[in-house]
Design a protein around this ligand. Structure first.
Ligand code: NAD
Length: 312
């Protein structure tokens, strides 16, 4: 494979300015240009494309390689890409710190009631919490479901603050910072003791609706559900019912079945639900991490080596 023209699809704008990545990659051998949806000729010139969104027009272009700036690739049609002979790589591996810090932050907000105080401040309201409301994260059990980049990023930070970390993965092999690893057949046992259940799996046929009525039932009624995976990994109606029925105490949600979260969703107004706009991984250096992955794979292509993070 030879890459002479690398395009940066304008959809990366959802995460960082495309020009920022173009400048960062300007020393690469291939020419690097920002490509818009309206510019079919520019897309036709590209043999590789860095993108956030997927477009059907990518299949008809002469692309050899698409790099997704996200870790999740559930929006890409894998078999069609394979048929078209287009390689797909993703950006797993770069979100452990950002998402790990976001999850730690939302857990601290909940435990120390900071989310309530932020809301009160907007209303100029001075109300101390009930004496038995605030708690500390130290010694609290957290179960991290999915122990890849995100899961390990969460586990490391939860361990650092003194939480009791357990986790669930497809095989029960040990993972740093995780005291007990359960195989995913034992999901209910794993989540039943946890004060926080953090979901960090990819969205696949197997994980769609992984957290549903039975799982929220299995959780403690003073437990909090944290979702940084994909909205469809949890059954959102079952989650709302569990929150309304007091089966769980609250949630910190970065991802939803429909994004943006519709204005009339009851999740917006629940006292112990924190809603974030699919921004758990956002950070000013995001484009630099993407540039590193793209540079690394450009070198692999030159050396005729296997690509890093290859999906198709
Ligand atoms: P990763 O590939 O490094 O890790 C995923 C892990 O989940 C793997 O260890 C895999 O074995 C495990 N897994 C898969 N199916 C499982 C199951 N049924 N039960 C238990 N474990 C299972 O990916 P990652 O970088 O950690 O990202 C994970 C997902 O998180 C992505 O696919 C994406 O959808 C989502 N994500 C969200 C954000 C955000 O901004 N909220 C950012 C990055 C990634």
């Amino acid at each position: 494979m030879q890459i002479s023209h690398l395009g940066i699809h304008e959809s990366v704008e959802a995460v960082f300015p495309p020009e920022q990545l173009r400048e960062e990659l300007s020393a690469l051998d291939p020419t690097v240009a920002v490509v818009g949806d309206g510019d079919r000729d520019a897309l036709a010139d590209c043999d590789a494309l860095v993108t956030f969104a997927y477009r059907e027009s990518f299949l008809d272009a002469d692309l050899e390689w698409i790099h997704s700036i996200q870790a999740g690739y559930d929006r890409f049609p894998l078999s069609e890409l394979e048929e078209a002979g287009i390689i797909l790589t993703n950006s797993t591996g770069i979100h452990g710190t950002s998402v790990g810090e976001t999850v730690l932050g939302t857990m601290l907000e909940i435990a120390r009631r900071l989310h309530r105080f932020s809301r009160q401040q907007v209303a100029h309201e001075w109300t101390r919490p009930d004496w038995d409301e605030p708690f500390t994260l130290q010694h609290e059990p957290i179960c991290v479901v999915g122990l890849g980049t995100l899961g390990q990023g969460i586990a490391k930070r939860a361990d650092a603050i003194g939480m009791h970390v357990t986790g669930v993965r497809r095989s029960a092999e040990s993972v740093p910072h995780v005291r007990t690893v359960y195989a995913n057949d034992d999901l209910h046992e794993a989540i039943s003791d946890a004060r926080f259940v953090a979901l960090a799996t990819p969205l696949t046929d197997e994980t769609e609706g992984l957290m549903g009525e039975a799982e929220f039932d299995a959780m403690r009624d003073d437990a909090y559900f944290v979702n940084v995976a994909r909205g469809d990994c949890a059954d959102q109606d079952a989650l709302v019912a569990a929150l309304q029925g007091g089966d769980i105490a609250g949630a910190a949600l970065d991802v939803f079945e429909e994004e943006p979260l519709p204005e009339d969703s009851p999740l917006w107004d629940m006292d112990d639900v924190i809603v974030t706009p699919h921004a758990a991984a956002a950070e000013v250096d995001y484009y630099r991490h993407i540039a590193e992955l793209v540079r690394e794979n450009a070198q692999h292509i030159d050396a005729d080596e296997e690509l890093t993070n290859r999906v198709v």
